[in-house]
Design a protein around this ligand. Structure first.
Ligand SMILES: Cc1cc2nc3c(=O)[nH]c(=O)nc-3n(C[C@H](O)[C@H](O)[C@H](O)COP(=O)(O)OP(=O)(O)OC[C@H]3O[C@@H](n4cnc5c(N)ncnc54)[C@H](O)[C@@H]3O)c2cc1C
Length: 422
């Protein structure tokens, strides 16, 4: 694609009459794309959404939605439709391969005030709120972008009919995730913006409680370079997150995912609980198995093209803020487009200026919090164990909880971005 500065101004009939509605293309129907489509429609735009998959995906893994995301969901009008599946009676255990268990800290113990959901809960809430006028095209992808001062010509490929068409839009929102096509077409950075963390993750749902535990019990098995988390919910069986360190990410994809997992959690005997969890991965009708990678870009917008969510700044599971930031980014985008209704580049610049310090903070926390999920080495493992033991002591625990509540890290999880910009 041509860079914005090098483009010529092709006339756009929409711009001759500022009262005409402007047209936006949103690529991706995940949390960020659906929220962007909803917010842009509210801001008075005509919206078309492209989704590569032939239909909407369902379910998904455990997500903690923090204050930032809840505030954005409220303004988007979907907060009431996002359930809170936290089980008040949940108990979390630190366990090992010999099935020794010790009371630990649950996600809710560490980050009180967050809403515990499935990824699909947020997607469903935003999707249900989309009005009929928002046109959704499944099995459809962008294949080329040509940008002019007055608009973006997008070549659109229908994967079912294998046909392409070209359409003009006033704005293109790339919300197509970690391996974004819009990013590749519109930004073409010299160096890949994907920064590997050398960790792999697997996420899936369990059909029932872990044998020997109650449905509302959470489990954490943390070892040097690998961990297994079982997240309980109030109203459904738990979901699992497996996370492990590897020096060769590519090799993890050269064999069936279960073989890579068994190799990573071996060669020691798994014990009954870890063995059962691995068996369940193999039986799960649906799972995620991927590398944990961040996206670092100098700019999230170029002319009339903008990236939102994982496509722009993938924070990784370890930050716990990807969904919240996707919602907040979409919400703020609408706010800035309302502020500068006929100056898209200006709106995008203001949007990025407001959002960047927040996202930079959480890119950092994605790296720092990784050792809480999966200690990278013996020192991190010992530190994690010591912190959990300390947190369970009456006085030290209260002190630590207070320090956590007042910490900048926790406050940054609750920042209401669009309100701060207003
Ligand atoms: C295991 C796990 C746990 C997590 N836990 C948390 C948590 O506790 N809290 C939190 O806030 N975040 C969490 N996250 C992060 C969060 O899930 C993501 O940041 C968020 O879902 C990203 O949403 P997105 O819409 O930006 O991208 P995606 O969810 O990747 O959606 C992208 C969409 O674009 C579509 N697409 C891709 N390419 C194309 C194309 N070429 N054309 C058209 N469509 C395309 C895809 O099919 C998909 O529908 C977690 C992530 C993982 C993996």
């Amino acid at each position: 694609m041509m860079a914005a500065e090098e483009t010529f101004d092709a006339p756009n009939p929409m711009d001759k009459n500022m009262t005409l509605r402007q047209r936006a293309l949103v690529v991706g129907l995940g949390i960020s794309g659906t929220a962007s489509a909803l917010r842009l429609h509210r801001a008075g735009w005509d919206v078309v959404v492209l989704e590569k998959a032939p239909e909407r995906r369902r379910g998904g893994y455990f997500i903690a939605l923090f204050g930032t995301g809840i505030a954005a969901a409220e303004r988007l009008g979907i907060a009431d439709a996002v359930p809170n599946r936290v089980a008040p009676e949940a108990v979390s255990y630190e366990v090992d391969r010999t099935d020794r268990r010790r009371r630990g800290l649950s996600y809710a113990d560490v980050f009180g005030g967050s809403r515990l959901v499935l990824r699909g809960d947020i997607e469903d809430a935003a999707f249900t709120a989309l009005p009929d006028e928002v046109e959704i095209r499944y099995a459809t992808v962008p294949s080329a972008l040509d940008q002019y001062l007055a608009g973006v010509d997008v070549e659109i490929r229908d994967l079912t009919t294998e046909t392409t068409t070209v359409e003009r839009f006033d704005l293109v929102v790339g919300a197509d995730g970690l391996r974004s096509t819009v990013r590749r077409l519109a930004f073409e950075p010299e160096q890949s913006p994907i920064r590997p963390m050398n960790y792999m993750i697997a996420a899936y749902s369990l059909p029932e409680a872990v044998p020997g535990y109650r449905l509302h019990d959470g489990l954490i098995m943390a070892e040097e370079g690998r961990s297994a988390w079982v997240f309980p919910f109030a109203d459904r069986p738990p979901t699992v997150l497996l996370s492990y360190r590897t020096d060769d990410v590519d090799a993890q994809f050269t064999r069936p995912a279960i073989d890579s997992l068994r190799a990573a959690y071996g060669p020691e005997p798994t014990g009954s609980t870890l063995g059962w969890l691995l068996d369940q991965f193999e039986k799960a009708p649906d799972h995620l198995f991927d590398s944990a990678e961040q996206v670092h870009l100098d700019h999230w917008h170029s002319g009339r093209v903008v990236l939102v969510g994982d496509a722009a700044w993938c924070l990784t599971v370890y930050s716990g803020m990807g969904a919240s930031t996707g919602l907040a980014g979409a919400d703020l985008l609408g706010t800035m487009l309302e502020r500068h209704p006929h100056d898209v580049p200006r709106a995008l610049q203001d949007w990025e200026d407001h959002l960047r310090p927040f996202v930079d903070h959480h890119l950092g926390s994605g790296v720092n919090m990784r050792s809480f999920f999966t200690p990278g080495n013996r020192a991190e493992l010992l530190l994690r164990t010591a912190m959990i033991r300390l947190a369970r002591l009456p006085i030290a625990g209260r002190l630590l909880a207070k320090m956590r509540t007042n910490s900048a890290g926790v406050r940054m999880k609750s920042l209401d971005i669009a309100a701060a910009a207003a």
